[in-house]
Design a protein around this ligand. Structure first.
Ligand SMILES: *[C@@H]1O[C@H](CO)[C@@H](O)[C@H](O)[C@H]1NC(C)=O
Ligand SMILES: *[C@@H]1O[C@H](CO)[C@@H](O)[C@H](O)[C@H]1NC(C)=O
Ligand SMILES: *[C@@H]1O[C@H](CO)[C@@H](O)[C@H](O)[C@H]1NC(C)=O
Ligand SMILES: *[C@@H]1O[C@H](CO)[C@@H](O)[C@H](O)[C@H]1NC(C)=O
Ligand SMILES: *[C@@H]1O[C@H](CO)[C@@H](O)[C@H](O)[C@H]1NC(C)=O
Ligand SMILES: *[C@@H]1O[C@H](CO)[C@@H](O)[C@H](O)[C@H]1NC(C)=O
Ligand SMILES: *[C@@H]1O[C@H](CO)[C@@H](O)[C@H](O)[C@H]1NC(C)=O
Ligand SMILES: *[C@@H]1O[C@H](CO)[C@@H](O)[C@H](O)[C@H]1NC(C)=O
Length: 467
């Protein structure tokens, strides 16, 4: 209205100004030939009108032309309340910087879908799953981006129901892209998901870039980004504050994950800042039953988090976590810098095989500093199934200063290691004996790959959108 009025007064001059001001550039794996705006399909950005039908109509309309050079849907400035909707191939959802997509708080706006085959059941409760707010299945070339536009899951009602055991089905995620190739999720702010925020599952060639993800630190399972049974993923420049892990790398749950057998592999994470007082900066597991291999993480900053890198597994989970490489990691105020737990016994049902022992091997941590850390390392493998090939080098951890009152002297040891094997070099405080230097006095660097992954080399194109 405002714009219309100004244009009415200023006439042609304004038209020229407008067409200049409204063309915005963004980076994407592919640009799109066709474009539509949500308001063309009856969308109302008043924060109250439900726009599920408008999203669906717009995407159905664009699906007729997407095969011809791709299509993009622009979500313009406004507050767009919606239930769950599905994306299509060769498609970009562009969320304007002044646009907020609001997740409906009505369960009936989220259709029920089957549990993931690699999990066997809903993660929250036995039963079905609510479809994610923004979903995509079996797609090729799909982009969700914007000039830092917002997706707000309005999750408080879901968190309350979950805590009160009032859910008969598993909570929706904010975004779930399943069984898809060439996926980009970038330059967005995501708030208050009912559960996980970004869940690529059974995907290949995934780019996650420039996300700000924020949920209250005391709400359940609001993980930031969960690559799950995905191959070739790059995560860059994300800032995450969460009630659960900032990044949780997964690959299915116990006997279901073992049967499905799809690992997460070739994952690169760079420039992550994380605040997660009750969870990990990067968790590997606990659902790792399809295997986790070749994870590279560097330039990570953690503030006020429970643990840096955490491996979560147990007998029954099977598979492996191997070839993990982490470097340049700064930690400020942490309970544990390093944490490995072989007793993370949270099983889907009684059908798991206690003899399915996970193999944890070739885990490399280097070039790290920690300040105000309570415990340097709590590293517990599995009796009879030690975690091996653990390497820690060039790591300096300043432990939280203890109380001045000697009667309150802490009995906590900086390292507590059981059922593990490995080595260390230039680590302070001096690690446990199971990680003793193999060649005392000789400086050794733990491994970090020098090659690049195929996904590291994907270059984004500069696209234009008239908003
Ligand atoms: C995100 O936005 C920044 C500028 O704000 C830009 O440099 C970058 O290319 C964008 N990334 C993607 C993946 O769109
Ligand atoms: C939907 O697509 C058709 C053909 O592609 C087009 O003619 C029509 O205007 C579109 N509908 C709306 C509401 O934009
Ligand atoms: C995805 O593809 C699988 C296998 O081809 C098929 O069974 C399933 O119905 C498809 N799902 C959707 C939502 O298209
Ligand atoms: C995106 O928006 C969030 C929330 O307003 C803000 O904290 C963040 O700095 C913004 N990111 C960029 C790259 O502008
Ligand atoms: C959940 O299931 C119980 C028992 O079948 C039923 O009484 C209750 O109404 C259901 N709750 C919801 C929110 O559907
Ligand atoms: C150090 O960590 C403790 C929690 O263990 C916290 O209460 C305190 O504020 C931190 N100190 C600084 C200087 O960050
Ligand atoms: C040791 O780690 C620090 C970062 O904590 C890094 O700046 C430094 O270059 C590393 N030293 C060597 C010899 O790699
Ligand atoms: C060390 O770890 C073992 C195995 O996890 C545990 O039983 C023990 O209580 C821990 N010791 C200390 C001093 O924390």
């Amino acid at each position: 209205m405002e714009k219309f009025l100004i244009c009415f007064i200023l006439g042609l001059l304004c038209l020229k100004y407008n067409s200049y001001a409204q063309s915005v550039q963004y980076s994407a794996i592919n640009c799109r030939k066709h474009s539509a705006v949500l308001t063309d399909f009856g969308g109302k950005g008043d924060g109250k009108t439900l726009n599920t039908a408008a999203f669906k109509a717009a995407i159905a309309n664009l699906s007729k032309v997407a095969a011809d050079g791709g299509a993009q849907l622009i979500v313009p400035p406004g507050k767009w309340l919606t239930g769950s909707f599905n994306l299509i191939s060769q498609f970009t959802l562009y969320i304007h910087k002044e646009a907020v997509i609001l997740g409906s708080q009505d369960e009936t706006d989220y259709p029920l879908i089957d549990p993931l085959p690699s999990y066997g059941r809903g993660r929250d409760v036995v039963g079905k799953r609510f479809a994610s707010l923004i979903s995509g299945t079996n797609l090729t070339d799909v982009v969700i981006t914007g000039g830092n536009g917002t997706i707000d899951g309005q999750g408080d009602i879901w968190w309350k129901k979950f805590k009160a055991n009032k859910l008969n089905n598993t909570r929706p995620y904010l975004i779930e892209i399943m069984n898809s190739n060439q996926v980009q999720i970038s330059n967005l702010t995501m708030l208050n998901s009912p559960s996980w925020h970004v869940h690529p599952v059974y995907c290949k060639n995934v780019i996650v870039d420039g996300l700000t993800i924020i949920a209250p630190v005391d709400v359940p399972n609001t993980d930031g980004i969960n690559p799950d049974s995905c191959t070739n993923t790059r995560i860059r420049d994300c800032y995450i504050v969460s009630g659960d892990d900032c990044i949780a790398v997964k690959s299915g749950w116990d006997e279901y994950g073992i049967r499905f057998g799809m690992p997460t592999q070739h994952l690169s994470i760079k420039r992550l800042t994380c605040i997660s007082p009750d969870s990990a900066v990067i968790a590997l597991g606990s659902e790792m039953s399809g295997g986790i291999q070749d994870v590279r993480a560097e330039d990570i900053t953690a503030i006020n988090s429970q643990s840096g890198v955490r491996i979560k597994t147990a007998p029954g989970r099977g598979a492996y976590v191997k070839d993990i490489y982490v470097k340049n990691f700064k930690m400020y105020t942490m309970k544990y810098a390093f944490w490995m737990a072989g007793n993370y016994n949270s099983h889907p049902d009684l059908g798991f095989d206690p003899k399915a022992l996970p193999v944890i091997q070739n885990i490399n941590y280097r070039d790290m500093v920690g300040k105000n850390v309570s415990i340097a390392g709590n590293l517990a493998g599995i009796q009879g199934d030690p975690f091996t090939g653990i390497c820690i080098s060039n790591v300096t951890i300043n432990l939280a200063s203890k109380s001045m009152d000697p009667s309150k002297k802490s009995k906590v040891q900086p390292w507590n290691c059981t059922d593990i094997a490995g080595t260390s070099s230039r680590v302070s405080p001096q690690p446990c004996d199971l990680l003793a230097e193999k060649q005392p006095g000789k400086s050794v660097d733990c491994a970090f790959p020098v090659d690049t992954l195929p996904i590291d080399n994907v270059e984004l194109k500069t696209c234009n959108v008239n908003v």
